[in-house]
Each structure stands twice: as structure tokens, then as C-alpha cells.
Design a protein around this ligand. Structure first.
Ligand code: TSJ
Length: 644
């Protein structure tokens, strides 16, 4: 009895623990969504969220996130330190339980945290299970504790390694390369997400440092006293957009344990950026807070318009889209318990949040308009302009409808359709250039592959409203062929092909057309991008042959490998053909290298982050030169295979 181990039922607990964490390792996707880059970055957020909770509880002022060589992540805070005492039920240190028992965390010790997101505090054991190794160091003002884990298991219990007056928690881990497709972190992705958290939690200090490459050490301190107001300012500055009024409008309302805050500002673009959060979790599918915001915004505009006679008796009411054109808005609500719904569980369901946000908007925004009539006026004029443009677009659409150019009944003349109808198998190749289009038509499998050659002048949609799309000779055939409509009328049920594949040359002109098409899909057919229907074909860059042996190389690296392989020991001469364009390939070659599903590579276009995607399209395709130059200078080193 004297030598009683710290954990009384060590064996039993160990078995349960191993079973739990084994389940995570067997089906990682169930716990972190994917084992791709998204899931990898998620590990960091799961850990950082714990420190943010500690900061929100008022016990921590600084969080540090370091990217160390070999892609080790180190997150530390100056909070109270995870409790280390023995929990009676498990007979283990609370800290050990946090890292080894699924769904533990957050609520031990005291009452836990008042405001807590769906997943907060439950992810640390998942991160541990999916890490090659993880180390935690906890200082509680007296002692420092340490424990080391490997793939979720430990062979030594938590132990005191020294004394310290400071308090805090540090977690270091290396993602398991047996689990993840890649273990390399993207600095910008982490920075964007940490910045977002710093905006959502005004005043919190997050220090980010990338120490992986000693030659290229970089970092940033993220601390914004202005909170979501600063978030809106940041989005506008980053995109180089002119704002219609100097100050961001900021509104806040508290009701018991629930609170709602909104920041909004209008700019001179036609795009709407509306980001909503519930307990700091990005609600990409919207929900009650967004609905409340949108309804109230439209109502306040129309009420104000009628009151001030900016909207005359015979004028139509402004629509939701009219009043959101050129608007950047952040909605952030905090509540005791979030109910998340929707396909990706990112749609807020709590019914009492809608009246809270509606109340906040109706009372405070109307007040703001009345107290700032000149600002109200400039925003209002913008909405009226939007209404007129939308009216023009409606007319243009009806005109084209009448000509039935946008009806599926009459498909574009240049479309070579496929015979299959099932979108599980159908694909459409959108091909720039008539000669490449000809090869593609001749080389395809006509049962499930359709070809649409593009011609005419492309429109840069970043600088245009929807009415211009209806008049564009290059885009109308795309819209007609896809069959699902655009803008608000989009209906993916009507989409005629499951895969929409952009095929263009691997040169500068090809990049240009790819970017223009992607911008169009992003701005006017976003659900197509979100649901993963858009792909980019990868034609080979080289054909290498020696006698009858032929290889196609898709990169310079591959070319060099194949030259060695084909040349063999004797270093025999290998014939190298550099493809300047798709048009140089005959139909068989094009099929073999770029279109045959069993041999080709196609890249699926995915959006990691809506904010970042929107930002990049505005910068690259918008009319402001300075931010574009900055972006290109910063990113030029990542561009490969530029045909010069
Ligand atoms: F997730 C995690 F466990 F890996 C982790 C937790 C990682 C990091 C970097 C920090 C933390 C963390 C946890 N920082 N601070 C805390 N705080 C608590 O766990 C804590 C401390 C005291 C009390 C209490 O009631 O006295 C309660 C809690 C939840």
C-alpha cells in the first residue's frame, strides 16, 4: 500500500485510453475533417483555441505560436496552467486526461469556461493521437510539470521537472507523417486564422513566429484593441479598396449571457463580404445571426428611405442584395451553448440569436443613420445604383431568355455534348483556342466528356456587375452549357456536368484565361467552387522519346528523371519535345496525357478560406494597382514553369 502508484487503476485506464485514441488514428477524418493540409492546420487551431479560452476567462494575456524546424509546432500561453491534480474518477493527473481521453477538457476543476465553442477544449487528445510525439510543460506558480507522448501513448507519467514562479502551459508537437498527406505548414494560412482570432477577441495578444528557416525568420504580433472593427479596416486596407465613409460602423448589444456585435463599412466595389462567427467559430453556412442581420439591414434601409423621402412613393423597395453591395461586415455572437446545424455543422441554429441581432440592428443602425445623415446618404445612393443595375440585369436576362440563349433547350453551337446525363460521370472541358478545341473533340470519350471551346473577348468580371455577364459572348456559352444559372438564381440541381475542367496552355496566356474563368466562377457561381465541381487540367510540358519508348513529363523535375530513365546506362540520346500549347498535341496524345481519367492529373480547385480567396481575387483582378504589385512581388518566387 505504501508504494501505491499515482494512478490506482492504471491498467484499466490505459486500455480505455488506447482504444479511444486508436479510433482517432484509424479514422482521423471523423475527428479533424481531412488528413490533407486542412486537417493538418486544424491541429494548430485545436491547441490554440484552448489558450484563447483561457484568455477569454481573463487569466491569460499572451499566446505564442511558433513554427519550429522540422515542422514542429509550439504553442504557449501565460495562463493558469492546465490543472495537474489527480482526478478521482480516472485516477490520473487532469493534464494527462486532457491529452489521452477523448472529449475531455474545458470543464474540469471549476465550472469550466462560460462561453465555449462546439469543439473547444475537446481537441487536445485528438491532436495528441495524431502526433508522432507531443510534449506538454505546465507551470503553476510553484512547480513545472512535464509529460511526453508518442502517437497518443505515454510510458512515463507526468512529473515535476523544476520550480517556477510563473504560470502557463506549453504544448509542442509534431504531426504524424503516417497520418497526414503532408506535414508542412503554410505560414499565411496559420497567420490568417490567428489574425482572425485576434480580431474576434479584442485586445488578446497572439505572437506568431516562423523559425523553420534560419535564413527567413518572420513573425507578427497580432493584437487589435478595435476588435472586429479593425477586422473590417484590415480587409479594406489589404484589398486597397476606397471606403464610402471614413469610420467603420460598430454596434453591440448584450442580453443576459448572449451578446452580439456587428462591424460594417461600405466600399466602392460591387462585392459583398459578410463573415459571421458564433463563439469565435466561423459559421460559413450562416444561420440565425446572419438571417437576423440581413433582414434587419434591408428593413432599416427601406424604413430610412421612406422616412427621408430618398425612396419616393412609387419607388420599389431595395432588395437585400442592393443594400449589401460593396459592404464588408463582420457579425460576432457569443452565447453559452451553440447549436450547430447544416452539412458541415457550421450553421448557427439558436433561435434566440435572431431577435437579438435584429434588435441590435433596428435600434442602433437607424440611430446611426439619423445621427450621420451624410454617411447614410452616400450608402443609400450606392444601394439605389445597385438596384438600377440589378433591374438592368433582369431586363438583359429576360432578353437573352427570350432569345433562349440561356435555356438548356438550346445549347451553344460550339458545344460538343456528351451522351451520358448522369452528373456522377459527366465532365465538360472548357478549352481556350479553336485548334485545341478540335483536338479535344476528336480525342475525348464522347459518352461522358463534353467539350466547349471558348472564343471571343473575355470579360474581367471583377470590374463588372452581373448585367455585363449576360451580354458577354465568351461567358454566355459557359453559363448555357452548365445549365445551372448564375448569381442568386443558381441551382446546382440543374448542373449538367459533375466536373467542370478548365483546360488551357501552360503559359502566360493560359494562366490569364484560367484566372479570368476562376474569377468568374468565384464571383458568380460560387457554389460550384464550394461544392468542388471546378478542376484544372494538367497538360504535360514535355514529350520524351527514345525509339518506341515515350514518356510525358508534367514538370522540369519529372523531365530530368525520365531523361535518365530513358537514356539508361549508356546515356543514349533522348528526344525532347517541349509543348508550347495544347494545339501541338494530336487528339490521341491529348486523350492519353490530359483527358483519360485513368492517366491524367487534374487539380481540384478548393477554397481554404473564403476571406483569403476573396482578397486574392480582388487584388489580382480589381482595378487597384498597388496591392496587386505587392502581392506579385511577394508571391513571384512560388511561380513555377513560367513559359518565358
Ligand atoms: F489543449 C491543450 F490542452 F493542449 C492546451 C491547453 C494547450 C495550451 C497551449 C494551453 C492550454 C491551456 C489550458 N491553457 N490554459 C489552460 N487552462 C486550464 O486548463 C484551466 C486552468 C485552471 C482552471 C481552474 O478552474 O482553476 C481551469 C482550466 C480549464
Amino acid at each position: 500500500m505504501d508504494n501505491k502508484p499515482i494512478s490506482q487503476n492504471y491498467d484499466e485506464t490505459q486500455i480505455q485510453v488506447l482504444e479511444g485514441l486508436e479510433a482517432v488514428r484509424k479514422r482521423p477524418g471523423m475527428y479533424i475533417g481531412s488528413t490533407g493540409p486542412k486537417g493538418l492546420h486544424h491541429l494548430v487551431y485545436e491547441i490554440v483555441d484552448n489558450s484563447i479560452d483561457e484568455a477569454l476567462a481573463g487569466h491569460c494575456s499572451e499566446i505564442k505560436v511558433e513554427l519550429l524546424p522540422d515542422d514542429v509546432i509550439c504553442v504557449s500561453d501565460n495562463g493558469r496552467g492546465i490543472p495537474t491534480g489527480i482526478l478521482p474518477k480516472e485516477g490520473l493527473s487532469a493534464a494527462t486526461v486532457v491529452f489521452t481521453v477523448l472529449h475531455a477538457g474545458g470543464k474540469f476543476g471549476g465550472a469550466g469556461y462560460k462561453v465555449s465553442g462546439g469543439l473547444h477544449g475537446v481537441g487536445s487528445s485528438v491532436v495528441n493521437a495524431l502526433s508522432e510525439w507531443l510534449e506538454v510543460t505546465i507551470c503553476n506558480g510553484e512547480h513545472c510539470y512535464f509529460q511526453h507522448f508518442e502517437r497518443g501513448s505515454y510510458s512515463e507519467e507526468i512529473k515535476i521537472i523544476g520550480n517556477a514562479e510563473r504560470t502557463g502551459t506549453q504544448v509542442k508537437f509534431k504531426a504524424d507523417s503516417e497520418i497526414f498527406e503532408t506535414t508542412e505548414y503554410d505560414y499565411d494560412i496559420l497567420l490568417t486564422r490567428l489574425r482572425e482570432q485576434a480580431f474576434l477577441n479584442a485586445g488578446i495578444r497572439i505572437v506568431m513566429e516562423d523559425l523553420r528557416d534560419p535564413e527567413n525568420v518572420r513573425g507578427e504580433t497580432l493584437q487589435y484593441e478595435g476588435g472586429i472593427k479593425s477586422f473590417v479596416e484590415h480587409i479594406h486596407t489589404k484589398k486597397g479598396l476606397e471606403t464610402l465613409h471614413p469610420e467603420v460602423i460598430y454596434l453591440k448589444k448584450i442580453d443576459g449571457d448572449n451578446s452580439a456585435e456587428v462591424a460594417l463599412q461600405y466600399n466602392d466595389s460591387y462585392n459583398e463580404v459578410l463573415l459571421s462567427f458564433a463563439n469565435n467559430i466561423h459559421t460559413t453556412e450562416g444561420g440565425t445571426h446572419e438571417t437576423g442581420f440581413k433582414n434587419a439591414l434591408t428593413r432599416v434601409f427601406n424604413d430610412y428611405g421612406r422616412k427621408t423621402n430618398l425612396l419616393k412613393e412609387n419607388d420599389k423597395n431595395l432588395s437585400g442584395e442592393d443594400v449589401r453591395e460593396g459592404m464588408t461586415a463582420i457579425i460576432s455572437v457569443k452565447l453559452t451553448e451553440c447549436e450547430f446545424e447544416g452539412q458541415t455543422k457550421t450553421k448557427l441554429g439558436n433561435t434566440d440569436i435572431r431577435p437579438l441581432v435584429e434588435g441590435l440592428m433596428t435600434e442602433n443602425l437607424m440611430n446611426f443613420f439619423e445621427e450621420n445623415p451624410s454617411i447614410a446618404r452616400s450608402i443609400f445612393d450606392k444601394a439605389i445604383n445597385a438596384q438600377r443595375a440589378r433591374e438592368a440585369a433582369r431586363k438583359a436576362r429576360e432578353m437573352t431568355r427570350r432569345k433562349s440563349a440561356l435555356e438548356t433547350a438550346s445549347l451553344p453551337g460550339k458545344l460538343a455534348d456528351c451522351s451520358e446525363k448522369d452528373t456522377e460521370v459527366t465532365e465538360i472541358y472548357i478549352v481556350e483556342g479553336d485548334s485545341a478545341g478540335g483536338s479535344a473533340k476528336a480525342g475525348r470519350d464522347r459518352r461522358f466528356q463534353a467539350i466547349l471551346p471558348l472564343w471571343g473577348k473575355m470579360l474581367n468580371v471583377e470590374k463588372a456587375r452581373i448585367d455585363k455577364v449576360y451580354g458577354n459572348e465568351k461567358l454566355v456559352p459557359v453559363v448555357t452549357a452548365l445549365g445551372c444559372g448564375i448569381g442568386n438564381d443558381i441551382d446546382l440541381e440543374k448542373l449538367r456536368y459533375g466536373k467542370v475542367i478548365i483546360m488551357a496552355d501552360a503559359d502566360v496566356d493560359g494562366s490569364h484565361i484560367r484566372t479570368l474563368l476562376l474569377t468568374f466562377f468565384f464571383r458568380f457561381m460560387k457554389p460550384l467552387v464550394e461544392k468542388g465541381h471546378i478542376y484544372i487540367a494538367q497538360p504535360p510540358l514535355y514529350k520524351l522519346s527514345r525509339g518506341k519508348q515515350v514518356r510525358y513529363a508534367y514538370s522540369d523535375k519529372e523531365r530530368d528523371i525520365f531523361i535518365k530513365e530513358l537514356g539508361g546506362e549508356t546515356n543514349a540520346k533522348v528526344d525532347i519535345q517541349r509543348y508550347k500549347g495544347l494545339g501541338e498535341m494530336d487528339p490521341e496524345q491529348l486523350w492519353e496525357t490530359t483527358m483519360d481519367p485513368s492517366h491524367r492529373t487534374i487539380i481540384k480547385v478548393e477554397m481554404e478560406d473564403v476571406v483569403r480567396a476573396d482578397e486574392i481575387f480582388t487584388i489580382l483582378m480589381g482595378d487597384k494597382v498597388a496591392p496587386r504589385r505587392e502581392f506579385i512581388e511577394k508571391n513571384a518566387k512560388y511561380v513555377q514553369n513560367l513559359d518565358v
